[in-house]
Unconditional design. Structure first.
Length: 273
């Protein structure tokens, strides 16, 4: 028997690899609907979010039983050998953990980035660093505020998939006061670099938004740097951007740079009915 590589919670260990035959998941004699899709298996393993798993499959770095995986295929976790970049992925064995973090400016929302000076995971205590966590929705390095870290792939999928339209609330400070002609255009939306961007709701933190520097807005979608890009399109520079709530869960008095574990009832607040 040969030796395979097992990827578990950021540590690689050797294990004996049994001789397995390819599972014929598309066979008419087998109900494939009872098995998870590959991207869900990757997410449930705590290795990544479901969306990131889809990206890995499309990039061709995921294999099943020695063959390059196809997006949408289903696997038998008890029989199939799944690898990412040649390293074996084991089914999720850790207990579920979800954290809310008040991210400071200057921290990258990434598990690893050779160009980043500081990662959001640097804020965690040692006992939480042993968990294979990932960001369920990101903030750019220049922004601060609420970020959810979890090893629950299904939760991350619910939070980040555009069809769920989970509302996120932000506080923004502009370099110049908001002009009256731009308010309806921000709400209506516009195309920037071939991508349609818009703000769902916009109001001032004090008084009326027109003529104000400090605004509060909400989005039910999360395109990359959407807030900065749409304001820049209309000639504004964002001096400060802070996410203060996701769904019905708010930062409240959680200090900047601190975090805490979420209870189930708090996780439920992320998806208000």
């Amino acid at each position: 028997m040969g030796k395979g590589l097992c990827l578990t919670n950021a540590r690689i260990r050797h294990l004996k690899q049994p001789q397995l035959h390819m599972s014929r998941l598309n066979s008419k004699n087998q109900d494939t609907q009872n098995f998870p899709k590959l991207q869900k298996f990757l997410a449930d393993s705590g290795l990544c979010s479901r969306r990131k798993g889809e990206e890995w499959i499309l990039d061709g770095i995921v294999s099943v039983n020695g063959e390059t995986a196809q997006l949408g295929c289903r696997i038998n976790p008890d029989k199939d050998v799944v690898k990412v970049n040649g390293k074996r992925v084991q089914a999720h064995t850790q207990s579920s953990l979800t954290l809310m973090v008040n991210k400071p400016k200057g921290f990258m929302c990434s598990n690893e980035d050779e160009y980043a000076e500081r990662l959001i995971f640097d804020l965690l205590e040692r006992k939480h660093k042993s968990f294979r966590l990932f960001c369920a929705g990101r903030l750019d390095v220049e922004s601060e505020g609420l970020v959810i870290l979890t090893n629950d792939g299904s939760l991350a999928h619910r939070l980040t998939h555009p069809s769920n339209e989970v509302k996120k609330r932000y506080q923004v400070e502009l370099n110049i006061p908001l002009a009256g002609e731009h308010l309806p255009l921000l709400i209506k939306g516009t195309t920037v670099e071939d991508e349609f961007l818009r703000i769902d709701d916009l109001r001032a933190r004090n008084g009326k938004p027109i003529g104000n520097l400090r605004l509060e807005l909400s989005l039910g979608h999360g395109k990359k740097r959407e807030i900065r890009r749409i304001f820049q399109h209309f000639g504004y520079r964002i001096k400060k951007l802070r996410r203060v709530a996701i769904g019905g869960l708010s930062l409240h008095k959680l200090p900047l740079g601190q975090y805490r574990e979420l209870e189930k009832k708090e996780i439920d607040l992320l998806f208000p009915k």
